[in-house]
Design a protein around this ligand. Structure first.
Ligand code: ATP
Length: 462
């Protein structure tokens, strides 16, 4: 069973060094979080798993890391300056601010309306102001003179950095259609909605890929293009299920209705997860046609096209965009891994059952006690495994408590060193260690000589 309430995860994240509310000593900073020593490892592992599936294991996708501070006209071309807005309303009674679309979607519970059918404040049923459009992009200033010419935006998504480098990648990497460009990095959105922990934050990381393909022969009936879109939806869904280990019953694909679709989009589907408060988006997979390359070609006066060797024509490729949230996926990985169950003694234990590939710490080397006689061999084991896997060394407190601590941070294997390993009373040790499995709590003895080979088998993809 995954965690069913967010508070449990929020408190575990802080207690065990995954995620801290930002700037707590200054009273906190709304909708921002800091990733602690374990959070940074978990985030890196999820990002690496995505990069592995999307770039390293594919012949047709390459990576990119475009500048964060982007030319302001990029955001004009992309439509963000004109339309990346949220409709905001204020309650005239309690003065709380809301996103009208979120109230209408029922995100704050059943929608309250007055006799005329107007939506009312979810908090106290008060009358709401007329909606105002509020642009979500953060502005920044370049140089010392603060005027319009020096204004730039922080990126609200990673995609545009990919589009403006389309020609650079085609030319430098000799790419033929179809191919993709992948990028992971931070994005910024001035979200006013009170966040649900790291589900919605001002600053978050995304993992996006733009897959460029031949335009369809018939724009009105792009069957092959839609089949490719479907293939990407399937691939992404199975990544969450098979690589991250998210239970299939809490994942679904939701196709956008016609009215919900952007005017340019041929189809969009979201991969959604069943959060403790209901279904929410993890990733959007949009069939964006030729919108972006055409828009940048028009705005810059530099057409972004591809030379089709067969027809000897310059064409504008069509695009499929799987856009995932890294930090939101991290929240899901924590929720899914959280388990409470009886330990060997029948007492309650908390275990984070991460897949080994994402677990922040893979191994813990635990001498049975602080006894000096155990230390040299324990350090030898530690030195052997730590260049290969993220490993903790811990000799304080009872072994039972140390197992519990490792269970709570999701370490798949503990390596215990005891007197049988090092020898006692003049008797030589057997130079073997005990491996204790996080999930089954079973223990096996393994000679030092075959330790690395055994661990390789038991830590697939690490
Ligand atoms: P939402 O409807 O939840 O605001 P969106 O449709 O605006 O999301 P996209 O622009 O498609 O989101 O971005 C792709 C992914 O980036 C989302 O599926 C989500 O995982 C992540 N994401 C978007 N906004 C945020 C945010 N403010 N905080 C954390 N993750 C986010």
């Amino acid at each position: 069973m995954p965690a069913t309430d967010l508070e449990t995860i929020v408190s575990l994240c802080k207690r065990r060094g995954f995620i801290f509310p930002a700037a707590e000593i200054y009273g906190g900073f709304a909708n921002t979080y800091d990733y602690g020593p374990l959070g940074v490892e978990l985030k890196r592992n999820i990002r690496d798993a995505w990069w592995q599936a999307m770039v390293r294991e594919r012949d047709d996708v390459v990576g990119l890391d475009a500048a964060l501070i982007t030319h302001p006209r990029v955001w004009v071309a992309s439509g963000h300056v004109a339309t990346f807005n949220d409709p905001l309303v204020d309650c005239k009674k309690c003065h709380l601010r809301w996103r009208l679309d979120h109230i209408e979607e029922g995100q704050y519970g059943p929608v309250k309306r007055d006799a005329a059918g107007n939506v009312l404040c979810p908090n106290d049923g008060g009358e709401l102001t007329e909606p105002r459009q509020f642009n979500l992009m953060f502005k920044t200033q370049i140089g010392t003179v603060a005027d319009d010419a020096s204004m730039a935006y922080l990126p609200p998504e990673t995609a545009q950095g990919i589009f403006i480098n389309f020609e650079n990648v085609v030319n430098s990497m000799r790419r033929k259609l179809p191919f993709g460009i992948a990028q992971t990095r931070v994005s910024f959105r001035n979200e006013i909605t009170p966040g649900k922990f790291i589900f919605r934050t001002l600053e978050f990381e995304q993992m996006e890929m733009e897959y460029f393909c031949f335009p369809p022969k018939d724009r009105e009936n792009p069957a092959e293009y839609l089949a490719l879109h479907k293939a990407w939806i399937d691939a992404r869904l199975s990544w969450y299920r098979d690589t991250l280990g998210i239970d299939a019953s809490r994942l679904r694909v939701r196709y956008h209705e016609k009215e919900e679709l952007s005017h340019y989009s041929a189809a969009t589907a979201d991969v959604e997860y069943l959060f403790p408060w209901g279904w929410g988006e993890l990733e959007g997979i949009a069939a964006r046609t030729d919108l972006d390359l055409t828009a940048h070609g028009n705005e810059s006066g530099h057409p972004l096209t591809y030379f089709d060797e067969e027809t000897k024509e310059h064409i504008v490729p069509w695009v499929i965009e799987p856009a995932a949230g890294l930090t939101r996926t991290l929240a899901v990985t924590m929720l899914e891994a959280y388990t409470e169950e009886p330990d060997e003694k029948g007492e309650n234990r908390v275990v984070l059952k991460f897949r080994p590939n994402v677990a922040p710490v893979k191994l813990a080397v635990l001498p049975l006690s602080k006894n000096e006689a155990l230390r040299p061999f324990a350090r030898k084991v530690f030195d052997l495994v730590r260049p290969l896997w993220m490993t903790q060394y811990d000799e304080t407190q009872s072994i039972g408590r140390r197992y519990r601590r490792q269970d709570e941070i999701g370490t798949p294997i503990c390596i215990t060193i005891d007197f049988q390993s090092v020898g006692e009373g003049g008797q030589p040790g057997d130079e073997a260690v005990t491996l204790r499995d996080r999930d089954t709590q079973s223990q096996v003895r393994v000679p030092l000589s075959s330790l690395v080979a055994t661990l390789r088998e038991r830590l697939p993809g690490c």
